[in-house]
Design a protein around this ligand. Structure first.
Ligand code: CTP
Ligand code: MG
Length: 191
């Protein structure tokens, strides 16, 4: 029983650790966001904005930079990691490519989501349950799989439990950080 609990926590910690650049990129986009929207206010023939006011260059650049910085910090921290029951974490060696694709891919996924959200008539900020919370995970995974398939296969595809944990945990973490962001008046909606 004790070992199952340890294994469970190790999986959760590793999942967060693996996804950290994407998590940081996604949340920091909110902090740095603002200014001119990336679609420059343009609309498509359907009369709706291409992306909407919520997708800005500042958010994209600031978020990506913070995600990459977090990843570099992870590489730096790794050698000092030695938690007795978590051998998997010590084996985690992030690549520069993965750090970049996790960060940039997260925000790319979010942008692609907004594009389709506008097409189906959802205004900026309207809630699309689960999709709003997993868009950036999908973007991070797809881009990482394309550019660093070896790394992605090693840490995600070959350990399905990590994938399941990320899919279950992310909406929960997302919700909690957004409620926090809403309370400190960083975000307009608590989702
Ligand atoms: N943000 C940004 N640039 C990005 C992503 C996010 O500036 N590339 C900022 C915006 O201020 C945005 C906030 O982060 O309002 C929250 O992001 P998100 O929930 O993804 O956008 P929404 O405003 O909800 O818009 P959408 O309906 O398109 O998801
Ligand atoms: Mg939103």
């Amino acid at each position: 029983m004790f070992e199952i609990i340890i294994y469970f926590f190790a999986t959760v910690v590793l999942a967060i650790w693996l996804m950290l650049p994407a998590y940081i990129a996604n949340s920091m986009a909110v902090v740095f966001g603002g200014g001119i929207p990336m679609d420059l206010g343009m609309k498509l023939p359907d009369g709706k904005r291409v992306l909407g006011e919520g997708k800005t260059l500042r958010g994209l650049v600031g978020g990506t930079a913070c995600g990459i910085a977090a990843g570099l910090l992870q590489i730096f921290i790794i050698p000092t990691f030695s938690i007795q029951y978590l051998p998997t974490i010590i084996q985690y060696v992030p690549t520069i490519t993965a750090i970049i694709t996790l960060s940039f891919g997260a925000l790319l996924g979010d942008i692609v989501k907004s594009f389709f959200k506008r097409r189906i008539g959802f205004v900026r900020g309207a809630e699309l349950p689960l999709i709003d919370q997993l868009d950036f995970v999908a973007g991070a995974w797809v881009l990482t799989y394309i550019f660093d398939p070896v790394w992605f296969t090693r840490y995600f595809i070959s350990s399905p439990w990590i994938i399941v944990t990320v899919l279950v945990l992310t909406p929960i973490l997302h919700r909690l950080t957004n409620i926090f962001g809403y309370n400190i008046k960083l975000k307009k909606e608590p989702w």
